[in-house]
Design a binder for this molecule. Structure first.
Ligand SMILES: O=C(O)CCC(=O)c1ccccc1C(=O)O
Ligand SMILES: [Mg+2]
Length: 337
């Protein structure tokens, strides 16, 4: 089939660059920049983190092109998917107010191993989550913040404190280290996130038997189809997550989640609750623990209100250009079958 490609000029003409305030510091930032494309098929989002070079960010552009412009991609326009509450590495006393923003979530993912914090901070945060949601299932995400010995010590301490996790997301950085942690703490399921979405080969971690579970995100994996293919080829159970997306990116993720086989793991798609503003009138936050699959259509007044500065827009337009160039050099690699 023909490659589904808007021209670069078309993309830039349809692009809206926004800078949205967060209500909780996340990944070290308090403002999130994103590009929304008014695609021919759907609104789509391009929001790679600022530090990513074109080689990495271009997969995120491929995802935005697929979702916005590919008429052969199936999109459900109703229904919901279950989501998890995401608890950033806040102090324990702030946990109740963070959790209060997630309506009806029965699964909580808690960030741990934040730089500058201690194991005691993680344990206190977990206790606070358990106090607030005694029946919730728990996961933790270390974002590769531990060494192997630190991970083993922390996981043993958490187990001793009575915590059981659905899985532990990216406790350490490399595939080899994940395998070591997995061997050292049998009974604790290990999930790969960065080892899937930032790896040259997203399946290497599964092939190495270094994880029990994979985290997949539509943008970094080059789109909904490709991310679903990664899950199928991994042979592992999977959770769909996001990257602090606006409601537009969240719906793209929800479409991926809805494609995965049952039983499904609650998706990391409730993070719009961490935003103080969004591009749609009814932000896709969790409602009774679910997020809607209905198309997310930005509001023109909100796009204007939160439009990024001219300098910031120019920076993103240059970035789109660089990523578009990069995709062109890859040829058909990102085009649909
Ligand atoms: O999975 C979730 O609950 C929310 C998304 C999330 O944690 C995240 C958001 C931005 C960047 C990285 C991550 C991550 O999963 O590591
Ligand atoms: Mg993660």
């Amino acid at each position: 089939m023909e490659r589904v490609h808007p021209s670069l000029a078309d993309l830039l003409e349809r692009a809206h660059v926004v800078a949205l305030p967060l209500n909780t510091r996340f990944r070290g930032v308090t403002e999130r920049e994103a590009v929304l494309f008014a695609g021919t098929e759907a609104w789509s989002e391009f929001s790679p983190f600022l530090e990513y070079a074109p080689a990495e960010a271009s997969a995120w552009l491929a995802a935005a092109i697929e979702y916005g412009f590919d008429a052969s991609l199936e999109r459900l326009d109703s229904g919901t998917v279950e989501v998890n509450a995401t608890v950033p590495a806040v102090t324990a006393d702030a946990v109740p107010q963070v959790l209060a923003r997630y309506d009806g979530c029965r699964v909580a993912k808690v960030k741990v191993a934040e730089r500058g914090q201690m194991l005691a901070d993680d344990l206190a945060r977990l206790e606070a989550v358990r106090d607030a949601l005694p029946t919730a299932r728990l996961r933790i995400d270390a974002n590769a913040g531990w060494s192997v010995p630190e991970a083993v010590t922390a996981l043993r301490a958490m187990t001793a404190a009575g915590f059981e996790f659905e899985y532990v997301e990216q406790p350490v950085a490399s595939v080899t280290e994940l395998a070591e942690v997995r061997r050292a703490v049998p009974g604790v399921r290990i999930a790969a996130d960065e080892s899937v979405r930032k790896a040259a080969d997203p399946l290497a971690v599964a092939r190495a038997g270094a994880a029990d579970h994979v985290i997949v995100k539509a943008q970094p994996l080059g789109g909904v189809r490709r991310a679903a293919e990664v899950v199928a080829a991994s042979g592992l159970s999977a959770t769909v997550s996001s990257a602090l997306d606006t409601s537009v990116g969240i719906v793209m993720g929800a479409q991926l989640a809805a494609r995965l086989p049952q039983p499904r793991y609650a998706a990391g798609l409730a993070t719009v609750s961490l935003f103080a503003a969004d591009v749609v009138r009814e932000p896709r936050v969790a409602v009774q623990g679910q997020v809607s699959l209905a198309p997310a259509v930005p509001d023109a007044a909100l796009l204007r209100e939160f439009a990024a500065s001219d300098a910031c827009q120019n920076w993103w337009f240059e970035r789109i250009r660089a990523c578009f160039e990069h995709l062109s050099t890859l040829g058909a690699a990102y085009s649909p079958e």
